[in-house]
Design a protein around this ligand. Structure first.
Ligand SMILES: NC(=O)C1=CN([C@@H]2O[C@H](COP(=O)(O)OP(=O)(O)OC[C@H]3O[C@@H](n4cnc5c(N)ncnc54)[C@H](O)[C@@H]3O)[C@@H](O)[C@H]2O)C=CC1
Ligand SMILES: O=C([O-])CC(=O)C(=O)O
Length: 335
């Protein structure tokens, strides 16, 4: 289902000692939530799917529940979040408003910060041990909001909270495949940093097909990876942002968490986590390749050798990341 990772899914499942995992999706009736939930219904590692939204989730759940795979699907809305979260092993969160043309992801902060904080409080109360993937934008700020809320509730475990940056990785592989006339399934590009504009840093020099991309072509593909979200926002002309590709990317990330929970070794995804890599420069969260395990983060990989261009991209990203993270931390402190 997820390019080269699909055989690993089958392998992970075949060797499974304990397969039944309960996944909760918060924001399940939205543009991302619906295709994401549909893909999760097809995942053999999921046996229970709880779909929560402030509105509409019971209808989405009734619809998806007719798909003939073994998992049980239930919908929850309004105040029913406790029942949706209790017992969840994995929680994926695409709740919140999307962009319209002319907006940055940061422009979503005022609306989405309080939505994410409310959901973080519920998760801290009802499922503090779950592995949690946050899709809601701006990811560079919503992940720190989640972390600070968990700290305030005394249940913070930095290994269990993830910002989902998988769409950047998916795009990088697709866009490089396009210019190289190659199948994206054979191309993995590590993308590090954060999830907005200049904070998105593709490490093309570390990819066989990427390292000889130079000059104008290099500038163009880096820009396309950094601002791929804008392409979709423009094309949707006011009706939203990426939903289907994000549903795919979110399902791939959830699958990686589930494979790791299921005991598979060597599952690696770039994801935005509480990270030591740039803490000395005031950046508490950073996305890099992360090895996943049954308790979440197993090992945070270093960035490896960077080209001169990538060093420049990193230099531009760090102050922006610091600002975005501080905004999230300050938001929770001000409550
Ligand atoms: N991390 C990433 O790579 C990406 C992130 N996004 C972000 O994902 C978010 C969702 O996007 P879409 O699905 O397109 O938006 P949407 O508006 O279609 O769906 C959002 C859903 O969240 C629900 N919701 C609002 N408040 C809620 C709450 N307190 N609890 C539960 N559900 C709540 C809404 O009822 C709606 O069904 C946006 O913030 C968007 O910017 C979008 C694409 C990629
Ligand atoms: O661009 C947006 O607002 C949605 C998003 O995060 C993406 O598509 O990468």
């Amino acid at each position: 289902m997820f390019a080269r990772r699909s055989t690993q899914l089958v392998r992970g499942f075949a060797t499974s000692a304990r397969a039944p995992y309960h996944v909760a999706v918060l924001g399940a009736a939205g543009g991302i939530g619906q295709p994401l939930s549909l893909l999760l219904k097809q995942n053999p590692l999921v046996t229970k799917l709880s779909l929560y939204d402030v509105r509409g989730a019971p209808g989405v759940a009734a619809d998806i529940s007719h798909v003939n795979t073994a998992s049980e699907v239930k919908g929850f809305e309004k105040d029913d979040i406790k029942d949706a979260l209790t017992g969840a092993d994995v929680i994926i969160i695409p709740a919140g408003v999307p962009r319209k043309p002319g907006m940055t992801r940061d422009d979503l902060f005022n609306t989405n910060a309080s939505i994410v904080q409310t959901l973080a409080e519920a998760a801290a109360t009802h499922a503090p041990k779950a592995l949690i993937g946050i899709i809601s934008n701006p990811v560079n700020s919503t992940v720190p909001i989640f972390a600070e809320t968990f700290k305030a509730k005394g249940v913070y475990d930095p290994k269990r909270i993830f910002g989902v940056t998988t769409l950047d990785v998916v795009r990088a592989s697709r866009f490089l495949g396009e210019i190289k006339n190659a199948d994206p399934k054979d191309i993995e590009v590590t993308v590090v940093g954060g999830h907005s504009g200049v904070t998105i840093i593709p490490l093309l020099s570390q990819t066989p097909l990427g390292k000889d991309v130079k000059g104008e072509e290099y500038k163009k593909i880096v820009h396309r990876i950094q601002f791929g979200g804008d392409e979709v926002v423009q094309a949707k002309a006011g009706t939203g942002s990426a939903t289907l590709s994000m549903g795919y990317a979110g399902a791939r990330f959830a699958n990686s968490l589930l494979r790791a929970l299921n005991g598979e070794k060597g599952v690696v995804e770039p994801t935005f986590v509480d990270s030591p890599l740039f803490k000395d420069q005031g950046v508490s969260h950073f996305s890099s390749n992360v090895e996943l395990g049954p308790n979440g983060v197993e090992k945070i990989h270093e960035l490896g050798a960077l080209s001169a261009e990538e060093e420049e991209l990193l230099k531009a990203a760090l102050p922006e990341l610091q600002k975005n993270i501080k905004k999230g931390v300050d938001f929770v402190a001000s409550k």
